[in-house]
Design a protein around this ligand. Structure first.
Ligand code: PLP
Length: 393
């Protein structure tokens, strides 16, 4: 069977063989509970700390500022709910953006139901917030600013360092959902004045269900999961050691290869974007041209629906996704595409292709060969397109 062409690396990435090996070696051999006192337990404790160090190094934090969690969604939930609770005597106002992942937006909506106020900053047509808007949104009772590092749908990279500077000057905590950034682009939490940062291993070729929250030293935060004394009393539960080893192994490799990988992916991405825009009329790039995640390509095609393109791509063994993070059963257009000003019908017509470690130039060529006839075919049966042609002839 022909191998699939996997162009959905923003949804998840394929785990690296080096990571699988490190995890299996451990899984088969070492089962000691790291909280116990005998040798096989102490060895596991040491392994956790060794891998914590690798994660810390990747974002220039201290080892003791890294807390392992069950993934990006948990890290985001913990950051927002934990800070909201521990700083509620200072205020109950939070600032975020309207293009965050649902693991931020839905938490904010929940916090609104229990007495918090949230300002959702709008974005321009490329997905950028305005720093002036941010400054104007800050109030006496603002306790937290949460702005994502890289948008998962359209690849916009936010000015994190500038946001961090504003937050620090005003004495407000700054959290960033960096799930799409960690392991992909350089991050320095000290230089960027980041107070809390969420990450997830399966977005950088590690296992699913493991992530971390960086919490700067000195910050008070209520735990999300109460129980045992693990993670320095802040996140209870016997550690997921095999996955922690997988995450540490993956982040070390990603960090080492980052400069070359950014260059390689940027070239592939630009070839993909230019090729699609050139070969397919009435197509439009969503998100910025520069200042964009190295692997992200998001394109709208007028007159047709993204979901139908996905089905035909699937028949050609291409895995991709539509701009909408379409939870099964719901065909709501993407909140991100609506926020950058796309009308409903175009927000439905978009396609996200996200490149990663295992993609080659052949993959891009294959897509550029298969996609144009698919879009043509869909347009031929589209009443919208028929009407457009009639009116323009
Ligand atoms: C994938 C993703 C998440 C969720 O991470 P999980 O580990 O799947 O829970 C959160 N935020 C962004 C930006 C993401 O891309």
């Amino acid at each position: 069977m022909k191998k699939e062409i996997y162009l959905d690396n923003a949804a998840t990435t394929r785990i690296r063989p080096e990571v699988v090996k490190a995890m299996i070696d451990h899984l088969e051999q070492a089962y000691g509970n790291p909280s116990s006192i005998y040798k096989i337990a102490r060895e596991n404790k040491a392994l956790i700390e060794e891998n914590r160090e690798k994660v810390a190094k990747a974002i220039n934090s201290d080892k003791n500022e890294i807390y392992f969690t069950g993934g990006g969604s948990e890290s985001n939930n913990w950051a927002l709910k934990g800070i909201a609770q521990s700083y509620s005597n200072k205020g109950k106002h939070i600032i975020t953006t309207n293009i965050e992942h649902h693991a931020i937006l839905h938490v904010c909506q929940y916090l609104e139901t229990i007495g918090y106020e949230v300002t959702y900053l709008p974005v321009d047509e490329e997905g950028n917030i305005s720093l002036e808007d941010l400054k104007n949104a800050i109030r006496e009772d603002t306790i937290l600013i949460s702005v994502m590092f890289v948008n998962n749908e359209i690849g916009t990279i936010n000015p994190i360092k500038e946001i961090g500077k504003i937050a620090r000057e005003r004495g407000i905590l700054f959290h960033t959902d960096a799930v799409q950034a960690v392991g992909h682009i350089p991050i320095d939490v000290k230089d960027m004045n980041i107070d809390l940062l969420s990450m997830s291993a399966h977005k950088f070729y590690g296992p699913k269900g493991i992530g971390a929250l960086y919490i700067r030293k000195g910050i008070k935060i209520t735990p999300l999961i109460h129980g045992g004394a693990q993670e320095r009393n802040r996140r209870a539960g016997t550690e997921n050691i095999d996955s922690i080893i997988g995450m540490g192994t993956a982040i070390e490799l990603a960090t080492k290869e980052m400069p070359e990988e950014i260059e390689r992916l940027t070239k592939l991405r630009d070839k993909l974007i230019d090729g699609i825009l050139e070969k397919i009329p009435y197509s439009k790039l969503n998100g910025p041209r520069e200042n964009r995640a190295p692997g992200n390509c998001n394109i709208s095609f007028e007159f047709i629906e993204g979901e139908s393109v996905l089905l035909l791509l699937d028949m050609n063994d291409v895995c991709a996704s539509s701009g909408s993070a379409c939870t099964s059963g719901s065909l709501d257009p993407s909140h991100v595409l609506l926020a950058i000003g796309l009308p409903h019908e175009k927000a439905h017509g978009s396609l996200r292709l996200s490149l990663g470690l295992y993609n080659t130039e052949e993959d891009v060529d294959y897509l550029l060969e298969k996609l144009p006839p698919i879009v043509n075919r869909m347009r031929e049966i589209s009443p919208l397109y028929e009407e457009f042609i009639k009116n323009n002839n």
